[in-house]
Design a protein around this ligand. Structure first.
Ligand SMILES: [Zn+2]
Length: 73
C-alpha cells in the first residue's frame, strides 16, 4: 500500500505532500523538501520523529472497484 506524508501533519504550515511505497522513500523526499523549501540542511531528530509519526497509509479506491476490471493498474 502506498504511504503518504503531509508536511502539515508534521506540524509545519506547508502544503507539501510526499508519496511513496515505503517509509524510506517518503523520508528521502521529505529530507529533500525540508532542505529545498524549509532551508534545513539536515532534519533535526525531533522533527524526524514527528515526520515518521505523521506517515499514513494512503486510502486508495475500494478493493474490487476499478482494479478488478484491469483498469488503472
Ligand atoms: Zn514543507
Amino acid at each position: 500500500m502506498a504511504k503518504v506524508l503531509k508536511c502539515r501533519d508534521a506540524g509545519v504550515d506547508c502544503d507539501f505532500v510526499a508519496r511513496g511505497a515505503t517509509e524510506e522513500d517518503i523520508l528521502k523526499q521529505a529530507a529533500e523538501h525540508a532542505k529545498k523549501d524549509h532551508g534545513m540542511a539536515e532534519t533535526p531528530p525531533n522533527l524526524l520523529a514527528k515526520v515518521k509519526a505523521a506517515i499514513r497509509d494512503e486510502k486508495g479506491p475500494a478493493p474490487g472497484s476499478l482494479s478488478s476490471l484491469g483498469v488503472g493498474r
